[in-house]
Structures are given as C-alpha cells and as structure tokens.
Design a protein around this ligand. Structure first.
Ligand code: PBG
Length: 335
C-alpha cells in the first residue's frame, strides 16, 4: 500500500466518521499575522506636489517626497513598521546607465531623509534595481550588443546600495536578478562600515511573471519594457528557484524572497525548508489587482479574501509579507 492510498483511506475515515471537523478544529495551526511582519510598497516620484492614483492599482499612489510624511502619519499611528520604497522617474531623467539610481537627487534618497527625520523607528527597505532609472527599461546595464553586462550592472547596483545605506536605509532589497549581486552589495556595505548594520533582502526566487503587469504602470517602466526572461526565472522551474535562494543565502543575504507569492506557494515551502534565513513573500501588483477587482465585482468580501491569501502564505512558510494591502491590514489586524 503506498502513502497516497493510505492517506486516502484516512481521509475518507475522517470524512465519514464525523471525526474530521473536530480534527481540523483542533489542528488549525497558527493563523496569527503580526503588523510587524508587513512591508508596505510605496512609489516615490521625482515630481513635486504629486499624489497620483495608479490606474491599474486602485488605492495605490505615486507620491512625491514632499507629501510623503503626511501620507505616512496615519499609517504609522495605526502600527505601520516597514515600508519598501520604489523610485519613479519622468522619462527625461532616465539614461542608459540609470545615473539617477545613485544620485542624491533621486526621489528615494529624498524620501529616506524625510522618513528618518520624521519617523525614526520606521524600517526603510529600498528596492534596488536599475529598471526604473534606465532609458531602455532593463534591470541592468547593456553592452554594445544590447545584452546585459553583468559585471557593470552589479557594480552600479553596489553604488546605488551604498548611497541608500549612507542616507539611512535599513534594508537593501536587490530585485534586478543579476548574477552575484548579493555578494557585491554585501562586499560594498562591509567595506564602507555598514556590515551588520544594513541588511540585504534578496529577491531570490523571482519569476518572469505576468502578475507584475500593474507594477509597470506604477513604476513607469512599462513603455520600453523588454523581455526579462533572460534574468528572471521561468515559472515551471522548481530546482532553479530553490538553488537561487540557497545561492543568495550563501552570498550573505539576510532574508530571501519568493515573488510572486500566491501562485508560488509550493516554492515558498521548498525555500523555507532549504534556507535558515527568514523568507519574505511579495504579494505582487497583479495579485493585488485580482483580489481588489474580484471583491469590487461582488465575488467575495475583500477582508476575508486578503486574510485567507496571507494565511495561505503563512502556511506555506512565509515570515514577512510584502503587500499593497498593508494599509487595510493595519485596520483589520489586532495590534
Ligand atoms: N525589478 C523591479 C521590480 N521590483 C518589483 C517588481 C514587481 C512588483 C509588483 O508587481 O508588485 C518589479 C518588476 C519586475 O521585475 O518586472
């Protein structure tokens, strides 16, 4: 008798003996999600006095640093503990090498300064990638044949990370998917006195996913957006995804990430079993849009659906939740 058959017998016994309900009730597991495990993604623009709702992400905004403090105040009062910042540039500010990514004029640098002054305890995570800053929209620097130049790219990512750390970021989160970027960023942080002070949350198991669609709108990286399947993982690949997490842990990542989250629950569990560092899961823009629009169309209650989606992540092994629903969750979750 194989395991599957055994399990079937057991299940049907529970089902028909009236035993199942008491078993599942006493076996619910821990469904608690804490506010301190949430990270709220925020898009900061280089324009002034701007708070633009993102069309494909209703309820989410591109916001300029001068309005950021007022925007965050009520959320911090409700228990917001962490944000992840994404820079958004007007097209004329972009160039081939993404110069603004490591410029003191970048909206992310301005935002870190303001958050540090006004909310000293807020944990600032910064997305580190070049796609929002390059004119071609790729996550790295291209060579003369329009292929990614890995070495040049990770050097730029190191420069960007150092500036963000110097400005006051707590966590550097590389989402570019270039080879060896975690070790390069770690090396730069240690060489400049940030070892043990600023941590690295690596987007490790990041799939080339259509669920990032609305994000392209949000980060204004849509227009010239190219195919990223050369550096993001193919959706069917399980082994690569696990090896990527193990590799990033070896390179010194303090957290690894699985992204998207909901469609990749199996990967979350496998990564959780494979690494010792905490596992962050990114419930991405497309997952947000699906839940939002389905609830708006009356398919289900938003709060129930969002909580169930996050509890599923927890069951799979999630330690940290990156979700656009963070403001809602601050209302829904107990302190
Ligand atoms: N590299 C940048 C980046 N950082 C986070 C996302 C997606 C997040 C979301 O969809 O919410 C992306 C887009 C991409 O890589 O294609």
């Amino acid at each position: 008798m194989d395991g599957g058959f055994n399990f079937g017998l057991e299940a049907s016994h529970h089902l028909h003996s009236g035993y199942s309900h008491s078993v599942t009730r006493s076996w619910q597991g821990d469904s608690t999600i804490l506010k301190s495990q949430l990270i709220y993604p925020i898009f900061v623009t280089d324009e002034q006095n701007k708070k633009n709702e993102i069309k494909s992400l209703p309820g989410q905004y591109q916001i300029s640093p001068d309005l950021l403090v007022e925007f965050l105040k009520p959320l911090v009062a409700k228990g917001l503990k962490s944000v992840i910042l994404f820079g958004v540039l007007i097209n004329s500010a972009k160039d081939e090498v993404g110069s603004m990514a490591s410029s003191k004029d970048s909206p992310v640098v301005h935002s870190i300064q303001l958050i540090r002054q006004n909310f000293p305890d807020l944990c600032i995570v910064c997305d580190v990638c070049l796609c929002a800053y390059t004119s071609h929209g790729h996550c790295g620097i291209l060579d003369t044949e329009n292929k990614i130049d890995n070495q040049k790219s990770i050097k730029r990512l190191g420069e960007m990370s150092l500036l963000l750390a110097q400005t006051g970021a707590n966590v550097i989160a590389p989402s570019d998917m270039m080879d060896c970027r975690v070790s390069e960023i770690k090396r730069v942080l240690f060489a400049n006195g940030f070892g043990g002070k600023v941590s690295v949350m690596a987007y490790s198991s990041k799939f080339a996913s259509c669920f990032y669609g609305p994000f392209r709108d949000a980060a204004s990286s849509g227009a010239k957006f190219g195919d990223r399947s050369a550096y993001q993982l193919p959706p069917p690949s399980r082994g690569l995804a696990i090896r990527a997490a193990e590799r990033d842990e070896k390179e010194g990542a303090d957290f690894v990430m699985v992204k998207p989250a909901g469609p990749y629950l199996d990967i979350i569990r496998d990564v959780k079993n494979a690494v010792k560092v905490p596992v962050a899961c990114y419930q991405v823009s497309g997952e947000y849009a699906m839940l939002y629009h389905a609830a708006a169309a009356g398919a289900f209650n938003l709060q129930s659906a969002v909580l169930e989606s996050l509890i599923s992540l927890k069951r799979a092994g999630c330690d940290i939740y990156i979700t656009y629903f963070t403001p809602n969750l601050l209302d829904w979750l107990p302190l």
